[in-house]
Ligand binder design. Sequence first.
Ligand SMILES: *Cc1c(COP(=O)(O)O)cnc(C)c1O
Length: 393
Amino acid sequence: MEDTKKTKAGLSTSLLRAGRPHRGWVNTPVTRGSTYVFDTVAQWNDTRRRRGEERLLSYGSRGTDSTHALEDALVELEGGHRARIFPTGLAAIAVVFLAYLKAGDHVLITDAVYEPVRRLCAESLAQLGITHTYYSPDGSDLADKIQPNTTMIYAENPGSLTYDMVDLRAVSALAKKHGCLLAVDNTWGSGILYQPLALGADISVIAATKYLSGHSDVMMGTVVTNEAAWPAMNRAALNYGQTVGADDAYLMLRGLRTLPLRMRAHQENMLAVADWLSRDKRVARVMCPAYAEGEDRKIFERDFKGSNGLLSVEFAPTVSLAKMEAMIDALEYFGLGASWGGYESLVVPMNMPAARSLSSWSERGAMCRFHCGLEDAEDLIADLQRAFDAHLS
Ligand SMILES: *Cc1c(COP(=O)(O)O)cnc(C)c1O
């Protein structure tokens, strides 16, 4: 046997090479465009015939060189069949529901879901005659909650705010047994730490606004599917007119080149901050997958390639909500703002009763979520020390 087969490149290597021209400029030039002009009617007709199946240039909303280059990189990142891109993460999630669900269908949603999805389900899906039920973030009640009309299980792993883990392989087996699709919000892992499609998911969604962009300057959502789920996703994205501008696609592709490097640095700072927090008496619990215990720890070590910059804190009973809020106001390097995944550190108070339906949080301490950015870890810790000492005593 000939031994000429190339070994598959690592993810850092393939992310640096994906979606780039074969020669000339290192980067794919930005192609801003609505109209694409054809030479002949024969070409025009031929493209119209083939563009349903093939990725061809024909009109701006169907893709430009810039969006195609980004799609190629996303397929490398998530290990799927094809990708579509959307103006926000939430838009991507909404089109996932619209692509696969119809009136009369039922979808199972993790109770640890990104909170705005709750409103999307309660208001917009309900209006279309699509019902939903929340399941426990560990998936323990999933089998019992499947109904004859359940056609999708929607997961997020780990869950928003509290990083609950579910065994995606087990969920996938259950979904297949019942003929349901499995869609996963993969924003936490962002492809670099977690690849749901390899574990049996049909659809993976990422809020690229977060780590893929990495610089808090662009909003976007991405969907990568396996081959079977692709045609419905492609049609829905086209029918709902979903695309992004070439400049945003360019910025996203630029962010992707340094994703592995940035993620390692975010993880390192998060672990340093988590270590400091976990030794402080005013902290009751540090929540992050790297500190998971029991079954969650097994899942994390088996299926994830590391951590990002996120952690959440539950304070001791001595720390009132008002004290925690004063502490947050006093932080200098942790900005108070939504989102995460950019280069800067952030903090937000957590309102768990609004974010969950199945579990009670009334007996728990005040909580906030930190995103550890790329500042020097010693500065982040000194900032926390200052604010804690001023307000949590
Ligand atoms: C931020 C986020 C989204 C939504 O992304 P936007 O681009 O802000 O709409 C979806 N899912 C998760 C887990 C997120 O953190």
